[in-house]
Design a protein around this ligand. Structure first.
Ligand code: GDP
Length: 464
C-alpha cells in the first residue's frame, strides 16, 4: 500500500472516534442541563449505533484491501531487523574489548518503572553502539534477572573489575565502560531519546504503524523479556489455571498508592463502559453470540468481587491473589510473579482498557504492539495519551486552522506545531502551540501526529 493510503485509513478511523467523543460528551452534558428531554437520551443511543457501524466498516477495510499479508510481513521484517541489530550489539566476540554501557536496577520504583528504566538504557546503548550490561545485583525483587528472563548477552556480563566512567552528558567515545544515570538525572539529553525513533526506520514505520514510538519501545521489551523455560512453564500453568481465552479485553485498574499521589480514581463502571463498546462492535462483526470476557488486573483485590457482582454477564478472568502484590510487598521481595503474569496476560488481550498514567498498562500496551502488525488503536486510556517517562515531548501538527471559541481554547494555523499535553477524550486535546507559546484546548481532528525521528548515526554506519 502507499504510505498515504495507510495514513489516511488510520486518520479516518481515529477521527471517527474523535467525532463520537465530541458528540457523546456534548450530549451527556446537554442531558444534564436539560432535564426531562427524552430525545437527548434517544439521540445518545442512536448516535452510538451509527458510530459503531461506521467504525466497524472502517476497521474492516484492513480485511478487504488485500494488504494484510504485506502488513504482517513488513512487521516481521522490521522486527527481525531490529532484533538482529540488538543481538549483534549484545553479543560482541570479545567482551573484554567491547564498549559497554552499564545500568543498575537500584532505581527506587516498581516493576513497570524499572522495565522502562532498562529500556531507556538499552536505547542509549543502541544509539552509542555499546553493549548494554545490566547490573542486577541487589535488585529489590526476589529473583535475579536471569532467573526469570534470558540474560541480555551470551558473551558479556557485568564485571566489578572494570573501570567505569560516569556518563558525562555525551558519549565518551574513549571510555570502554560507561555508567548511565536514571533518565531524570541525565544532563545534556541526547536527541535519540523517546519520542524519537531512528531516522533510518522512520519512513517504513510510519507506513506500518499508527504510533511508531510504541512499536520502537516494544522491540526493546521483546528482546529484554524473553522468558526462561521455568517462567514460560509458570505462564502456561497460570493460563490454564485462570482459563485464559479469547476474545478477551484486558482491564487494568490501578488503585492503592497511585491514586493518592498521581492519578485520579476511575470507577469500575467507567472501564466497563469501554469494554461494552468494544464488545458491541465485535458483535457486529460476528454472526455467533460472543462471550464477553475480561482479564482483570489490579492492585486492589476487592475489585474482583465488585466486578463479579455488577457484571454477571461477563466471564471475569484473573487472579485475585496476585493483585495483592502491592509496592510495599514488592520491596520486601515477596512476589515478582504476580506483576509479570498480569503484564504478560494483559498484553495478550484483544483490547486494553486502562489508565496510561500507569506504567503497568503502558508496558502491557508496548508488548501488545510486538504481537500485532499495528495494535496502536487497540486500547482505551481513561487518562493520559501514550508517553514514555522522561521523554522529550509528543508533537502534533495542525492540518486545519482553528479559531479559539472561548478562553480555554487556542488558535491554530496550518502547519503550527503543538506540544501535546493530553487528550481529553471529548473531541479536544490540550497542548502548547509552539508558534504562539499559548497553552490550551484544540479540536483533536485538526491535527496529525508528527513522527519524530533522530539520527542514531553510529548504527547507520554499521547496518546500512
Ligand atoms: P505504576 O506505578 O502504575 O506506574 O507502575 P509500577 O510498575 O512502577 O508500580 C506499580 C506496582 O504496583 C507494580 O509493579 C505492582 O507491584 C503493583 N501493581 C499495580 N497494578 C498491578 C496489577 O494489575 N497486578 C499486580 N499483580 N500488581 C500490580
Amino acid at each position: 500500500p502507499s504510505k498515504e493510503y495507510e495514513i489516511l485509513r488510520r486518520r479516518i478511523f481515529s477521527n471517527t472516534k474523535e467525532f463520537w467523543y465530541y458528540i457523546n460528551s456534548e450530549l451527556k452534558s446537554l442531558g444534564k442541563q436539560v432535564q426531562g428531554v427524552e430525545r437527548i437520551g434517544h439521540m445518545e443511543i442512536s448516535v452510538g449505533e451509527r458510530y459503531r457501524s461506521l467504525l466497524k466498516d472502517i476497521s474492516d477495510l484492513t480485511k478487504v484491501d488485500d494488504y494484510a499479508t504485506w502488513r504482517q510481513e513488513e512487521s516481521e521484517n522490521l522486527s527481525s531487523l531490529v532484533q538482529n541489530r540488538l543481538d549483534d550489539l549484545q553479543n560482541p566476540a570479545e567482551c573484554s574489548k567491547a564498549k559497554q554501557l552499564v545500568c543498575n536496577l537500584k532505581k527506587k520504583c516498581s516493576f513497570g518503572c524499572q522495565l522502562h528504566h532498562i529500556v531507556y538504557c538499552f536505547i542509549v546503548a543502541y544509539a552509542t553502539r555499546r553493549t548494554f550490561v545490566l547490573d542486577s545485583e541487589n535488585w529489590s525483587y526476589a529473583a535475579k534477572w536471569q532467573n526469570i528472563f534470558f540474560p541480555l548477552s551470551d558473551t558479556c556480563s557485568f564485571s566489578v573489575n572494570r573501570t567505569i566512567v560516569e556518563w558525562s552528558g555525551i558519549d565518551d567515545k574513549y571510555a570502554q565502560v560507561i555508567f548511565l544515570p536514571i533518565i531524570d538525572e541525565l544532563r545534556n539529553r541526547p536527541s535519540y531519546l523517546p519520542q524519537n525513533i531512528p531516522y533510518d526506520l522512520a519512513s517504513r514505520l510510519s507506513t506500518l504503524h499508527g504510533d511508531p514510538i510504541v512499536w520502537w519501545i516494544g522491540q526493546f521489551l521483546k528482546y529484554l523479556i524473553r522468558p526462561q523455560a521455568i517462567t514460560s512453564r509458570q505462564l502456561d500453568e497460570y493460563a490454564k489455571k485462570v482459563k485464559f481465552q479469547k476474545p478477551i479485553v484486558g482491564v487494568h485498574i490501578r488503585r492503592t498508592d497511585t491514586i493518592i499521589y498521581e492519578a485520579k480514581i476511575h470507577k469500575l463502571d467507567e472501564y466497563m463502559t469501554h469494554v461494552e463498546e468494544y464488545y458491541k462492535i465485535r458483535q457486529l462483526q460476528s454472526d455467533a453470540v460472543i462471550i464477553k470476557r475480561i482479564y482483570l488486573a489490579t492492585d486492589d483485590p476487592t475489585l474482583f468481587t465488585e466486578a463479579k457482582l455488577k457484571y454477571p454477564e461477563y466471564e471475569i478472568i484473573g487472579d485475585e491473589e496476585i493483585s495483592r502484590t502491592t509496592d510495599v510487598l514488592v520491596y520486601h521481595n515477596v512476589a515478582l510473579n504476580g506483576i509479570v503474569d498480569d503484564i504478560y496476560f494483559l498484553s495478550l488481550c484483544d483490547y486494553l482498557v486502562c489508565t496510561f498514567s500507569s506504567q503497568v498498562c503502558r508496558t502491557a500496551y508496548e508488548i501488545m504492539n510486538t504481537l500485532h502488525p499495528d495494535a496502536s488503536s487497540l486500547y482505551t486510556s481513561l487518562d493520559d495519551v501514550y508517553y514514555y517517562g522522561g521523554q522529550n515531548f509528543r508533537l502534533n501538527k495542525a492540518v486545519l486552522a482553528h479559531e479559539s471559541d472561548g478562553p480555554d481554547e487556542i488558535d491554530l494555523q496550518v502547519n503550527d506545531e503543538i506540544h501535546v499535553a493530553g487528550n481529553h477524550w471529548n473531541g479536544y486535546s490540550k497542548g502548547t502551540n509552539i508558534r504562539t507559546g499559548i497553552t490550551g484546548l484544540y479540536p483533536t481532528f485538526k491535527v496529525v501526529p508528527v513522527i519524530q525521528s533522530a539520527n542514531f548515526s553510529l548504527h547507520n554506519e554499521q547496518y546500512t
